[in-house]
Structures are given as structure tokens and as C-alpha cells.
Design a protein around this ligand. Structure first.
Ligand code: NAD
Length: 275
């Protein structure tokens, strides 16, 4: 029987611990969140982040901007960089068309880069140095380690090479002494690679993409994908119903990786505040 990795409960416990620590602090951590445009999904994400901050005692300052020029956005980031009260800055992605994501990310002071997306922090991750680590992969690693503490020597397959999930995930697993393979849209032998993997992290964005026949018996499977089906239900990148029975442990969607991403955002805010 497989173990269901309950990210929802795990994240709740993480938030409880964070609140306990923050409650004791005289000066509370402050997170600035900038949302440009009216993307409905982003509006929900930002609201959820705001609520999560409130729950643990982090002060959030949310800037909801319907429309602005990139230079105006950069000016707001510059002000927040200089504001000593602000510990973390988050610009909700995706940005509206016409804005350059990298220019905006690189405008954030690396010491306030709560998402860990700045090249300085991605570089630190690569070098094994301390710094804020991207929230989703950080949460995934915690979930993996909740069922298996020592990952040394295991084969890990990361499916997806995005800068915010796949690449940092691969670095974190490498740091845990895994032998890491990164698969992507041009990979030709994915089922064979998957059959060798003790750990599979799927971050593709395709519903039920990872098939039962691909998965090794006793694997740990982490499903990052969030896909909306035609009937409105959410579904991951893994064919959970069929894959689960082969696994040692697997995350569901929803209530798997998603809640951990927000918990890690709170943890990163506290980390930057303490620094
Ligand atoms: P992305 O679109 O930036 O990257 C997708 C990756 O999948 C690409 O690197 C691409 O090469 C790879 N890919 C596409 N087709 C493939 C194929 N046939 N075989 C192998 N690889 C293939 O997406 P992302 O931002 O990394 O997000 C991936 C998924 O995770 C999405 O569903 C997204 O909604 C979800 N997500 C969830 C959370 C969370 O908190 N749970 C956070 C971020 C992203």
C-alpha cells in the first residue's frame, strides 16, 4: 500500500511552527507583493498569499496595479528595495505582455528576493551556498524527505526544466546526493528514464502525463502540475489513480505540492527577516 503524502497537513504544521516563532517577535516580518494586471488566477494566488501571511503574523503589503509601464514597476521595486521595513519582495508572475520578466526579477534586491528567482540566488543554489530557494522545489524536497530522510545515491528524474521549478528542483536533489536526470519536451526516451527513477518530480503542465507503465515499483512520485480539466476539476501531471499503487509514496493534486509552495513563501519571508 502506498503512502499518500499529505502536503495540506504538512503545510498546516509548517505554518503553525512559523506562527509560533513569529508570535514571539516584537518586529514582525514584512512581505511586499506586487500584482500587475488582472489575470484571474494571479488574483487568487495573491489573495491566498495575503491570507497565509495574515494567519502566521507576517505583515503583507499588496500592490494591485491594473496597468503600468515597466519603468513604473521598476521604480516601485526600487523604492521597496530601499525600504528598511520590507524584508521580502514578490512580483506575481506571469507579467502582462510587453514586460520583460528577467529585467523585473533582476531589479529585486537579491537579499529581498523571497521567491529565490534572482540569478544571484539561483547561482548560490548551484554553488551549494545559503540563500532563499524557490518555494515550489523547496516544498517538494521537504515532502520527499518527510517519507525518506536519506536520498544519497538514489536516481531522481525531474520532468520539466523551467527556471522556477525544474532547474532549482534538480539542484536541490543533486545537493542531496541523488543522481539527477532532467527531462524536457525534447527528451526522446522518457518512459525508459522514468523506469530507472527512485524519485520522480513531474512539473510539465500536462494532465495525467506520467503513466503507470513508466513508474518503477516503490518510487516516490511528486506531482507539481496543476491542470484544470473540462469538468472544472483540478488534476496533476501524474495519472494518480493508476500510478499510486506502484509507488512507495505519492502526492495528490490538490492538497499536495500546492499548499507547501505558500508555506515555503512564508518560511522564506521569515528567513530574510532574520537575516
Ligand atoms: P513551464 O511551462 O515553464 O515548464 C514546463 C516544462 O515541461 C518545460 O520545461 C518543458 O520542456 C517540459 N515539457 C513539456 N512537454 C514535455 C514532454 N512531452 N516531455 C517532457 N517534458 C515536457 O511550467 P512550470 O512553471 O515549470 O510548471 C509546470 C506545472 O507545475 C504547471 O502545471 C504549473 O501550473 C505547475 N506549478 C505548480 C506549482 C505549485 O505550487 N503546485 C508551482 C509552479 C508551477
Amino acid at each position: 500500500m502506498y503512502q499518500l503524502i499529505n502536503g495540506f497537513e504538512f503545510a498546516k504544521e509548517e505554518r503553525r511552527k512559523l506562527k509560533e516563532e513569529i508570535d514571539k517577535m516584537e518586529k514582525k516580518p514584512v512581505l511586499a507583493v506586487i500584482l500587475v494586471g488582472e489575470n484571474p488566477a494571479s488574483q487568487i494566488y495573491v489573495r491566498n498569499k495575503e491570507k497565509a501571511c495574515e494567519e502566521v503574523g507576517i505583515k503583507s503589503r499588496v500592490y494591485r496595479i491594473k496597468e503600468c509601464l515597466q519603468v513604473e514597476l521598476l521604480a516601485i521595486i526600487d523604492q521597496l528595495n530601499k525600504d528598511e521595513d520590507v524584508d521580502g519582495i514578490l512580483v506575481q508572475l506571469p507579467l502582462p505582455e510587453g514586460m520583460e520578466e528577467q529585467t523585473v526579477i533582476q531589479a529585486i534586491d537579491p537579499n529581498k528576493d523571497v521567491d529565490g528567482f534572482h540569478p544571484v540566488n539561483l547561482g548560490k543554489l548551484m554553488l551549494g551556498l545559503e540563500g532563499p530557494v524557490a518555494c515550489t522545489p523547496k516544498g517538494c524536497l521537504k515532502l520527499i524527505k518527510s517519507v525518506k530522510e536519506n536520498l544519497t545515491g538514489l536516481n531522481a528524474l525531474v520532468i520539466g526544466r523551467s527556471n522556477i521549478v525544474g532547474k532549482p528542483m534538480a539542484q536541490l536533489l543533486l545537493k542531496e546526493n541523488c543522481t539527477v536526470t532532467i527531462a524536457h519536451s525534447k527528451t526522446v526516451n522518457l518512459p525508459e528514464l522514468c523506469k530507472q527513477a527512485d524519485i520522480v518530480v513531474a512539473a510539465v503542465g500536462k494532465p495525467k502525463f506520467v503513466q503507470k507503465e513508466w513508474v518503477k515499483d516503490g518510487a516516490i512520485v511528486i506531482d507539481v502540475g496543476i491542470n484544470r480539466l473540462e469538468d472544472g476539476k483540478l488534476c496533476g501531471d501524474v495519472d494518480f489513480e493508476n500510478v499510486a499503487e506502484k509507488c512507495f509514496a505519492i502526492t495528490p493534486v490538490p492538497k499536495g505540492v500546492g499548499p507547501m509552495t505558500i508555506a515555503m513563501l512564508l518560511e522564506n519571508t521569515l528567513y530574510l527577516h532574520k537575516k
